[in-house]
Design a protein around this ligand. Structure first.
Ligand SMILES: Cc1cc2nc3c(=O)[nH]c(=O)nc-3n(C[C@H](O)[C@H](O)[C@H](O)COP(=O)(O)OP(=O)(O)OC[C@H]3O[C@@H](n4cnc5c(N)ncnc54)[C@H](O)[C@@H]3O)c2cc1C
Length: 378
C-alpha cells in the first residue's frame, strides 16, 4: 500500500520480500473469506484498537473502511457487508485482489525483489541477504508480526532493531491451554455451538472448538488479550462458559426439574437440558457432579493456564513501539502494519489497520522525500 502511494507520487519504488512469492499471509487470510474490514460506525470501529487507538486514529481516518472498499472496487473486486457487519470481497478470497494489485503496481513501475531478507542497518545503509545496496531516499518497513512464521512474517526483523524500540511479541487472537483429562481429549476437534464466553466483565457469543491443547475459536480470540495478560500476572485465567445462553437460569432449572427416571445423567442432560455430548462432557470435566446443575451449565468455570503460542496465533501484539516512529521518521524511515505494537480483535480490524498504516507510511515517506530535494528517490 505504501509502495502504491509512493509510485503514484512519481517515486521509483522497490519492494524487497524474503519469501519466494509476495503476500502469503494475505492469501491465507483469504482462505477464511478475507474479512477486509468492518461496516460499523467509525467511532465504534476505532474503539476496537484499545490503547493503540490514539496512535492509529490519524491513519485510519485518512484511509477509513469506506476508502478501503472503494480501493477494492478500483481493483475490480467489489465488496459486500456480511450479516455480522464484516466486509468481504465478493470473490471471498484474496487471490483475484492480489493479482489485480500486483498488476497495478507493475504498471506503476514498482519493482518486486523476492528472496531478499532485510537484516538491519550498517550506519544508514540497509543490509540485505543476499547483499544488495539500494540507494533509498526513504524506507518503509512492513515486515509483519511473528505469528504463522511459515507465511513469511517470522519476526526475525526485530534482530535488526535496537531493543529499546521494541515491545515483546505476544500472541493475539490465539487459542488457550486447558489441561484436559484423557476423558475430555476424546472430544478434541468438536465445536461448542452457540455458547457465550465471559471474562473480565465481557461476554462474547459464538462457537468455540475444543482442541487437544485446550480451546479456540471466535469468543476465545475476542477475549484473548485480557486472558493472556491475566495468565501472565496470575498464572491462570478462569473464563466462564454459558452452555445454554438462549435459556435463562430459571427456564433451565424448570426443564431439569422433571423426573430423571432410569436415564443416565448424560442422557438426561442431553434430552432435558438440550446439551450436546461435548457440552455434557465439559460440564463433567469442569464442574464434576455439581449440586446445582442448571447454575453450572449457565456459568461453567474453565481454567486456562497458557496460550497455545505465537506460531499458531492469528496475530501478534508487541513489535516496533509506536513511540519510536517519530525518531525513525526523522531519518526517512517509516513503518506500517502488524510489525507495529498494536493489537485488535478479528473482524477486519487487523487488515484495515495494516492497509491504513501502509497508506499513511507511503504518504509520510512521499512528503519526506518532497521536503528533502537533496535526496534523490531511487
Ligand atoms: C490464518 C490467518 C487468517 C487471517 N484472517 C484475517 C482476516 O480475515 N481479516 C483480517 O483483518 N486479518 C486477518 N489475518 C491477519 C492479517 O492477515 C495480518 O494482520 C496482515 O496480513 C498483516 O499485514 P502486514 O503487511 O503488516 O504483514 P504480513 O502480511 O505478515 O506481511 C509481511 C511481509 O514481510 C515479509 N518479511 C518479513 N520479514 C522480512 C525480512 N526480514 N525481510 C524481507 N521481508 C520480510 C514477509 O515475507 C511478508 O511478505 C489473518 C491472519 C492469519 C494468520
Amino acid at each position: 500500500m505504501a509502495a502504491e502511494r509512493l509510485a503514484l507520487g512519481g517515486v521509483s519504488v522497490t519492494i524487497f520480500d524474503h519469501m519466494p512469492s509476495p503476500a502469503r499471509k494475505l492469501l491465507m487470510a483469504g482462505v477464511g473469506g478475507l474479512n477486509l474490514t468492518h461496516n460499523e460506525p467509525l467511532e465504534t470501529f476505532l474503539s476496537r484498537y484499545g490503547e493503540a487507538r490514539r496512535a492509529l486514529e490519524p491513519a485510519i481516518t485518512a484511509f477509513p473502511p469506506a476508502a478501503l472498499r472503494e480501493w477494492c472496487d478500483g481493483l475490480g473486486q467489489p465488496t459486500f457487508v456480511g450479516s455480522s457487519g464484516r466486509v468481504f470481497p465478493k470473490a471471498m478470497k484474496a487471490s483475484p485482489l492480489l493479482r489485480a494489485w500486483l498488476r497495478r503496481l507493475d504498471g506503476l513501475g514498482v519493482q518486486l525483489r523476492l528472496r531478499h531478507r532485510w537484516l538491519g542497518w550498517e550506519g544508514d545503509a540497509l543490509v540485505f541477504d543476499p547483499a544488495v545496496e539500494p540507494q533509498a531516499g526513504a524506507v518503509v518497513l512492513a515486515m509483519g508480526g511473528a505469528s504463522w512464521p511459515r507465511l513469511g512474517s517470522d519476526g526475525a526483523w526485530s534482530g535488526g532493531m535496537a531493543p529499546s524500540l521494541l515491545a515483546p511479541f505476544l500472541p493475539a487472537n490465539c487459542g488457550f491451554i486447558a489441561p484436559w483429562s484423557p476423558y475430555m481429549l476424546r472430544h478434541a476437534g468438536t465445536p461448542l455451538k452457540r455458547i457465550t464466553l465471559s471474562f473480565a466483565g465481557r461476554t462474547v457469543p459464538g462457537d468455540a472448538t475444543l482442541t487437544d491443547a485446550g480451546i479456540e475459536g471466535g469468543p476465545v480470540y475476542a477475549l484473548s488479550a485480557a486472558m493472556r495478560d491475566t495468565i501472565a500476572s496470575d498464572g491462570v485465567a478462569t473464563a466462564m462458559l454459558d452452555l445454554r445462553p438462549d435459556l435463562s437460569l430459571e427456564d433451565l432449572r424448570q426443564r431439569l426439574a422433571v423426573p430423571r427416571r432410569a436415564q443416565s445423567l448424560s442422557t438426561f442432560l442431553r434430552k432435558a437440558g438440550g446439551l450436546s455430548p461435548v457440552s455434557v462432557a465439559l460440564l463433567r470435566e469442569c464442574a464434576g457432579t455439581p449440586e446445582n446443575v442448571a447454575a453450572a451449565i449457565k456459568a461453567l468455570p474453565v481454567r486456562l493456564t497458557g496460550t497455545t503460542g505465537l506460531a499458531r496465533a492469528i496475530s501478534t501484539a508487541g513489535g516496533l513501539r509506536l513511540g519510536a516512529l517519530h525518531g525513525l521518521a526523522e531519518r526517512g524511515v517509516f513503518a506500517a502494519g502488524e510489525m507495529l505494537d498494536w493489537e485488535a480483535p478479528t473482524g477486519g480490524y487487523l487488515l484495515q489497520a495494516a492497509f491504513s498504516t501502509g497508506y499513511a507510511a507511503g504518504e509520510s515517506a512521499l512528503a519526506w522525500l518532497q521536503g528533502n530535494p537533496a535526496t534523490s528517490p531511487d
